[in-house]
Design a protein around this ligand. Sequence first.
Ligand code: GDP
Length: 459
Amino acid sequence: MKLLDKIQHQGRELTGRALDRHLRLGVTGLSGSGKTAFITSLVQQLTMGDQSANLPFFDVVQSQRYLGGRLAKPPLDVPRFPLEQNLQALQQSPPQWPASTQGWSQLSLTLRYKASTGLRAHLQSHSELALDIIDYPGEWLLDLPLLDMNYKQWCEFSWQLFSKPHRVDVAAHFNQQLAAISLDNATELQLQTLTDSYKALLQQFHQTPGAYLNQPGRLLVPGTLAGAPMLQLFPLLPHQVSADSALAKKLTQHYESYCAHVIKPFYQKHFSGLDRQVILVDCLSALNAGYAAMTELQQALQLILKSFHYGPASLLGRLFSPSIDKVLFAASKADHATPEQHKALTLLLQQFLQQPLKHSQYQAAKTEAMAIAAIRASSSGFVQSDGLPQPCISGTSLEQKAVTFFPGDVPAQLPTAQMFAQHQFAFIPLRPLPWQDCKPLPHVRMDHVLQYLLGDKLR
Ligand code: GDP
């Protein structure tokens, strides 16, 4: 973008935000939590024609004041969210899920509506809200706590994590590779080989059910930083850091430049610009993966929450003053459970977050928790079992088989290790339902989501 264009663009953006006519909505969550599906659905719901039957709890639509949404010109210096490809994937036969988030991307919309109150309602035939939707990996938020640790502490933290039952075998080979390295005479080539091994280990963890907490986030999802020298980073074995070796010194330097040149700028340049935030959490997959997975997801969420904990003494308070005023925690893929289980799923999400949100410590931002499905892949109903109606869901399995079943109860409390030993949760993945572009995308509670995130801005 030319400098003048850029200044004018930024000028418009600032005026819009000052007048409350411009909203930047961040969407995040760990890989596979459903960000791509969420944004695709959100945008489709906002740009479809008449949606009154599909969005009963979205006030502006219900009161027939919504005049429609259209894609706006995107900024040229930010990757664009691939909406069209995603919608195309859903229309294939058989329908496919769109490809998942790989970095930072954005889509801009202009929403047009009739104001119901205030000066605008009297003076203007319609009002507009500029909405930027920003997609970024939750793994990047897992990096924030690194600012509060030094390299040695990070190594200790990492190897403690890698000793957990669901990780220890996966990490064994990398452990051996490290143990064999000469700490004072490691060559540049060996450093790169170990970096590549650690990257491969992170990828393996990423495929390991329940291994959520993978740092540094940019090594796993580099975005535009692929190949940058400070990504030559991995945790030495704790006893190797204590010895004051050349390798430990070098990695300490890389760690410090990663903190200074990757983590801090991310918060100062990108995160600081967000007004509202959605955090998606796939609680049901964690239940499927067992006790260790559940506790690790809880731990990862605690670290993610640090990015929304804004006391003056908080990590972020020291970097900038965050401006996020609303956070929505959404338990995604609720269509994997029967509808009467959704309340339990919302309670479970709150347990994962380790606090009832209403009494949360995040007074700076309003928070809400919901169980949703951005793109509903099942239909729900009842089957007769022993003469009684039993809730069930129907859909198509990944193997292309039509299935009807009761996926089981969702516990409203985090199950204990003993309960996991006795019970295997099985909330199975499904293919998306067949869908045509002219139809609204089926969903669960996206209207509640829209009302919470945008309702007050479209009054
Ligand atoms: P991302 O990595 O956070 O972008 O996650 P995606 O949006 O790509 O979702 C990962 C996978 O979760 C998808 O490929 C689907 O299999 C599944 N998924 C996401 N959203 C939904 C949903 O609303 N319902 C169902 N049934 N599955 C979903």
